[in-house]
Design a protein around this ligand. Structure first.
Ligand code: SIN
Ligand code: CO
Length: 389
């Protein structure tokens, strides 16, 4: 992606300028970010997805008649018959991670890859009947709200007080103070930084795509890294047992010797000292596929001859020394590293590029193909289409 070129998706700002001026800082309303956008999925197809066990979905119902409980939340899967009639006002169906299940929505993700893959989370789609919405709230992550069908009125506010109403089944701000209001039509998009108060209400039935991001929490990251490092420690450290030839006869036998404490501290420091161990664990953690994803092995047969593309559920990342794919790490250098990084960045390797892989790397990619992590490029135009979204 040309990060210094103006991008219609960002209202003519270049990705570089958008990141500098808006990302994490201030909202941006983009009229006709995708001119003439038609919904990529019909509401019936969204409902089919919400019926699947492995797809996370929620139904939010407004209960105007109940002052005590104005919101109701139900979790999927849902059959069509378990959802309210289309004509009933005030309900919303939210379907998470549609990009994992639908190639068109996955392709839409491509347009947002001016943000590193490690930060992109998923695309959620909401269908709302007239007046539907999830109430005034804030999210902990950045979000692009792309109007895909119909109209929605957004009210947003930079408020500091993010206290939530107690006893609600979903996050509802206790005192929402909007300071801006926009009506979005199909193709318009609103970017909001984390913790920005917002409330979107459907004007007639509508669909909204939320391009969401993830930002690991420091405690969660430390726990995952320590666990990952613990698994690698046995391989990385030479065995060494505590010795105490200088131990004096103990007068307080229950007291832990200071030398044993120092030995434990040194052991921990050694385990953390290997920078590659940390890099590996971080990459493995960040490239873990979504917990709902299961790859069905292809059982062999496919080859690299026609080229390959990443399966839409595969997460692939790299750093200076490693390649990470679906929670596993591999070392790569030279031409192989260059080619496999291209696969990660562009999500395809054409036949010519595959032919330049070393036999070892080709064998590895063959295994990824067998595991369903990669898919064969079946048509000659497929590489181009995947890239262009
Ligand atoms: C929605 O699409 O209804 C909710 C999206 C959001 O507010 O984050
Ligand atoms: Co939100």
């Amino acid at each position: 992606m040309q990060v210094d070129q103006p991008l219609p998706l960002l209202g003519g700002l270049s990705p570089a300028l958008f990141m500098k001026r808006h990302w994490h800082k201030k909202p941006l309303l983009i009229r006709q970010a995708i001119p003439g956008l038609q919904p990529l999925l019909e509401r019936g197809q969204l409902v089919d997805l919400a019926a699947r066990e492995e797809v996370q979905s929620r139904l939010v119902l407004q209960q105007a008649h109940s002052a005590k409980q104005p919101w109701r939340l139900r979790h999927g899967p849902f059959t069509r018959r378990s959802l309210p009639p289309w004509k009933q006002p005030g309900w919303t169906l939210l379907v998470q991670s549609v990009d994992l299940h639908d190639a068109r929505i996955h392709a839409l993700r491509e347009q947002f890859r001016f943000v590193p893959d490690a930060r992109l989370d998923d695309i959620m789609i909401s269908y709302a009947s007239d007046g539907g919405g999830v109430g005034p709230h804030f999210d902990s992550y950045d979000v692009f709200l792309l109007q895909a069908q119909g109209r929605r009125r957004w009210r947003i506010g930079r408020q500091k007080d993010l206290t939530l109403q107690e006893g609600m089944p979903l996050k509802i701000l206790a005192d929402f103070q909007p300071d801006q209001e926009f009506v979005l039509e199909a193709g318009d998009m609103l970017y909001l930084p984390p913790r920005y108060a917002h409330d979107g209400v459907a004007l007639g039935e509508c669909m909204t795509y939320s391009i969401g991001f993830r930002a690991p929490d420091q405690v969660e990251l430390a726990q995952a890294l320590l666990q990952g490092l613990a698994e690698q420690t046995a391989d990385a450290m030479a065995p060494q047992r505590y010795r105490d030839p200088g131990q004096r006869a103990a007068t307080c036998p229950a007291q832990i010797p200071a030398e044993l404490h120092a030995f434990a501290q040194a052991a921990l420091a050694k385990a953390l000292r290997d920078p590659q161990g940390l890099a590996r664990t971080l990459g493995e953690f960040l490239s873990e596929p979504s917990p709902s994803v299961w790859f069905a092995p292809e059982g062999g047969g496919a080859d690299l001859q026609r080229g390959v593309r990443l399966d839409q559920r595969t997460r692939m990342l790299y750093d200076a020394r490693h390649i990470f794919i679906n929670g596993e790490s591999f070392q790569a250098s030279g031409r192989d590293a260059q080619l496999v990084r291209q696969l990660a960045d562009h999500q395809v390797l054409d036949a010519g590029q595959c032919a330049r892989l070393s036999p070892g790397a080709a064998q590895l990619l063959g295994q990824w193909l067998d595991s369903g992590w990669l898919q064969p490029l079946t048509e000659p135009g497929a590489a181009h289409r995947v890239k262009k979204a």
